[in-house]
Design a protein around this ligand. Structure first.
Ligand code: PLP
Ligand code: COI
Length: 353
């Protein structure tokens, strides 16, 4: 078992922290001083090390460039008022990274390399964790193929990296979504359930088209009938009809979001009725027309819980009502309070670093 002490640390000679405006953080635009790197060579993962944040040098034939063998995770670190550092359900991220790795024929990362490496990195760059409301240290673990050659087969060498970015909100302003019927994010038997880089690249063009029409995000529908909503670009989707909170079941095509499953448990604990079932676009349209559609919100690590202001479907726009009190804000406060050690954590989700 690897421990923090096994990790070689090369400290950065200078720090950029003084140049960061912690009161005006965008999402994922500035990066902490150090990163964890770990190479897969000769059939095994080498001992991870921590080095100054900086660029990589790669051979032009590295398979990441040609065949997109690349996966990632998204998580956050929080600091409480006593300066203690916390992660939220980090083992779930380590496990999901390996689910993604397996699907993309990438060698799995030992869980202790992931966890011990991450803890050592956070120890070193602890000062980078913002404390302002709505900010946190976004953590990006990723793995990509560095092995060389144009043969379309899995690489023999990989790099696992964790870098971190003090970040503010993922969305600024209102979020209107377009329900997409032509393009698909994923298909049965595909890689939609994995956090594969290509899943996101494939969404950019349809999302650009939606943006040109004034929407910030796309809600994907199932690839076969396009009758059912699935998830958004970087979030799982929740719908409140009357007082029931609905979300689609996860599948081959939908990411099994950690925020999503936490919200389902939190809602139950708050006495909110939940249903995990397929949701027809027509059901949303009808519920919007008869007034029973109260809320739609997206849920994810980066986005936390982001209320949707309205949705477009087949050229028509449907506005969500503006309610005094929403499930979105109730659940958002609950989850943030647990993440930032403001309340008890009856679920055992918080991990002190
Ligand atoms: N769906 C997609 C496609 C995502 O990229 C994300 C973000 O990670 C999520 C859902 C939400 O997952 P999580 O709550 O684990 O961050
Ligand atoms: C996250 O929520 O961590 C994500 O991975 C979303 C990302 C695509 C910004």
């Amino acid at each position: 078992m690897l421990t923090k002490k096994d990790i070689k640390i090369t400290k950065s000679k200078t720090s950029t922290i003084e140049s960061i405006d912690f009161n005006n953080l965008a999402f994922g635009q500035v990066f902490s001083d150090h990163m964890l790197t770990c190479d897969f060579k000769n059939g095994k993962w080498e001992v991870p090390q921590i080095v100054p944040y900086g660029p990589f040098s790669l051979d032009p034939s590295a398979k990441i460039f040609h065949y997109g063998q690349s996966i990632f995770e998204g998580m956050k670190a929080y600091k409480d008022t006593s300066n203690d550092v916390f992660l939220f359900r980090p083992i779930e991220n380590a496990k999901r990274l390996n689910l993604s790795a397996k699907r993309l024929a990438i060698p799995e990362i030992p869980e202790d390399y992931f966890m011990e490496g991450l803890k050592a990195l956070l120890d070193l760059d602890k000062d980078w964790i913002p404390t302002n409301e709505g900010s946190s240290l976004y953590i990006r673990p990723f793995v990509f193929a560095t092995g060389q050659g144009f043969h379309a087969s899995p690489a023999d060498e990989y790099k696992f990296v964790i870098c971190t970015a003090p970040s503010g909100a993922y969305f600024s302003g209102k979020v209107n979504v377009l329900i997409e019927e032509k393009y698909s994010r994923s298909a049965n038997g595909g890689v939609g359930f994995a956090k594969a880089g290509g899943n996101y690249a494939g969404q950019f063009y349809p999302t650009q088209l939606a943006k040109a029409k004034g929407y910030q995000q796309v809600i994907w529908t199932d690839d076969t009938s396009h009758e059912y909503i699935e998830e958004a670009g970087a979030m799982n989707v929740f719908v409140r009809i009357n007082d029931t909170l609905l979300t689609s079941p996860v599948s081959d095509r939908i990411l099994d979001g950690i925020t999503r499953k936490s919200i389902l448990e939190l809602a139950e604990a708050e006495g909110i009725k939940t249903e995990v079932r397929k949701i027809k676009v027509n059901e949303l349209v009808n519920a919007s027309k008869d007034g029973s559609l109260k809320e739609i919100f997206g849920a994810g690590t980066a986005a936390v819980i982001s209320p949707i202001a309205g949705f477009g479907f087949r050229g028509e726009d449907f506005e969500l009502p503006k309610l005094e009190s929403t499930f979105a804000s109730q659940l958002k406060s609950r989850i943030i309070d647990i993440q930032t050690n403001k309340t008890e954590d009856p679920f055992g989700w918080r991990m002190k670093v």
